[in-house]
Design a binder for this molecule. Structure first.
Ligand SMILES: C[C@@]1(CC(=O)O)c2cc3[nH]c(cc4nc(cc5[nH]c(cc(n2)[C@H]1CCC(=O)O)[C@@](C)(CC(=O)O)[C@@H]5CCC(=O)O)C(CC(=O)O)=C4CCC(=O)O)c(CCC(=O)O)c3CC(=O)O
Ligand SMILES: NC(=O)C1=CN([C@@H]2O[C@H](COP(=O)(O)OP(=O)(O)OC[C@H]3O[C@@H](n4cnc5c(N)ncnc54)[C@H](O)[C@@H]3O)[C@@H](O)[C@H]2O)C=CC1
Length: 205
């Protein structure tokens, strides 16, 4: 199976998570900010999922899985500790739904990579299911390099890029300016502020 990395907008989409244990909790955390309509199907749920349900941030149907639970689901996540149940969710999945199977990734068509964010910067690591622990180790390492300074830095890059792109400068000159923004010293917030002042001045000229 060859997997294709993809950034996906789940806003307003129905996402059904079957099972309410530790893995389901990790997926709920992954998906909370996505704007997806989350429904957890499970007779019991972890405390954190319970408190999110109490806050109205997800739906919880306190029951055992039935095929109708998947109606209109865009993404289905199978995460029970019962292999017979997991298999029946796989069988009941409509052919065009996205499916993630926590107990056997190859039975699904999407996988969750190890992932962290610093503002708009999003770093994902996958071993195509070979070693989740290696992905977690690499994530930890990259997190120390791409630390909390990168949130502001990527915002600075965004603002600068908009100014450069909307300027009258020649394309070649724009590219040189964009490349220059990647200098390590621009991680410094003071340098960012000064550079933005310069760019605004140059572009208004
Ligand atoms: C396909 C994938 C995702 C998907 O479900 O879509 C998947 C699948 C499976 N994981 C399994 C086991 C474990 N997974 C973890 C942990 C993590 N697993 C994560 C990702 C992924 N795991 C995706 C592939 C990523 C890649 O390509 O590298 C991490 C990185 C991110 C996250 O989950 O958010 C998170 C670390 C979070 C962190 O610490 O940062 C641990 C350790 C632990 O729990 O502490 C164990 C036990 C040890 C072991 O088995 O190695 C099993 C066997 C289940 C069984 O035995 O029944 C399967 C199924 C199979 O192998 O088919
Ligand atoms: N993909 C991954 O990263 C990992 C996957 N796993 C796999 O994921 C599975 C789940 O692991 P955990 O979340 O740790 O298990 P868990 O034991 O914490 O949770 C299982 C959940 O399934 C629910 N459940 C049981 N029968 C059900 C039914 N008929 N209908 C609906 N819900 C039902 C239970 O109420 C419980 O909430 C494991 O069996 C394992 O195969 C385990 C570790 C990591």
């Amino acid at each position: 199976m060859t997997l294709t990395p993809l950034m996906i907008d789940l806003g307003g989409k129905k996402v059904v998570i079957v099972g309410g244990g530790r893995v389901a909790e990790r997926r709920v955390q992954n998906l909370l900010e996505s704007g997806a309509l989350l429904t957890v199907i499970s007779p019991e749920i972890e405390e954190k999922i319970h408190s999110l349900w109490e806050k109205g941030l997800l739906n919880w149907r306190q029951k055992y899985f039935e095929a109708e639970d998947l109606d209109n689901a865009f993404l289905i996540i199978v995460a029970t500790n019962n292999s017979v149940v997991n298999q029946s969710v796989v069988q009941a999945t409509p052919p065009n739904s996205l499916l993630s199977v926590a107990s056997d990734a190859n039975q699904g068509n999407v996988q969750f990579p190890a992932h962290f964010k610093q503002g708009k910067l999003s770093v994902s690591i996958s071993t195509n299911g070979a070693s989740p622990l290696l992905s977690a180790k690499i994530k930890k390492h990259l997190h120390t390099i791409y630390d909390e300074n990168y949130g502001d830095y990527v915002d600075f890059l965004y603002e600068s890029r908009q100014l450069i792109k909307h300027s009258a400068l020649a394309k070649k000159e724009q590219k040189l300016l964009l490349k220059d923004l990647l200098r390590e010293d621009f991680l410094n917030k003071d340098k960012q502020r000064k550079k933005l002042v310069c760019l605004k001045g140059d572009i208004l000229k």
